[in-house]
Design a protein. Structure first.
Length: 209
């Protein structure tokens, strides 16, 4: 007897397979700091077909232990099949971080009246601004570097406001000399439109292609 599976069942099995592959990439002894969640908990949710919860737990596990871009790409594809657009964007961003490295910082935007942006920056990743990281041309002019900007939290960052952010440099080597507490300026022209105080540098994940 031939059993015909419908598209919905095939999609569910695909999600299960993607999340299972991601879970199998994580060390079995890794646990999140706050809730103590580990791979065994993820597998239990998968066994009960709780795909969205398994996805969220895997995102937390990925925070507890650096994972390669392939891990985050699996999560992004699973989220895409579940129509979880915010999770797709987040996991794709984390895949980029794993490939190129990341800079965690506190960004304060200049006020409009001081030459800052006219519009707020929405949460998530929408900008690839220029940053003054100390490089100089032979004539002394600054050589700006591009780094993608991710605004953390749910609220837009208003001109004159501050927020925790993640930066994905196009060239991580240009940022390696920074240490926590150092300051870089954000540019969309002149004058600077923001100032970011470095919190942490996260190197690209070994083994990521």
């Amino acid at each position: 007897m031939t059993v015909v599976r419908n598209d919905h069942n095939q999609m569910m099995e695909s999600q299960d397979s993607l999340l299972l592959q991601a879970a199998q990439m994580c060390p079995a002894n890794v646990r999140t700091e706050e809730a103590g969640i580990g791979v065994a908990d993820v597998l239990d949710y998968l066994k009960h077909d709780e795909w969205e919860m398994a996805l969220l737990l895997l995102e937390d596990v990925g925070d507890a232990h650096p994972q390669p871009a392939e891990f985050w790409s699996l999560l992004a594809e699973a989220a895409r099949q579940m129509w979880l657009h915010k999770d797709v964007a987040w996991c794709e961003w984390r895949a980029s971080e794993a490939r190129v490295g990341a800079v965690l910082a506190e960004l304060c935007l200049a006020r409009r009246e001081d030459g800052g942006r006219a519009l707020p920056v929405p949460p998530g990743h929408v900008l690839k601004p220029l940053w003054d990281v100390g490089l100089r041309a032979p004539g002394g002019d600054p050589l700006f570097c591009i780094a993608g900007l991710w605004i953390e939290g749910r609220d837009p960052l208003e001109p004159g406001g501050c927020s925790s952010v993640r930066l994905a440099p196009f060239t991580f080597e240009h940022w390696r000399h920074f240490k926590p507490g150092d300051v870089v300026t954000m540019h969309e022209g002149q004058p600077p439109v923001g100032t970011a105080r470095i919190i942490e540098l996260i190197s690209p994940v070994a083994g990521t292609s």
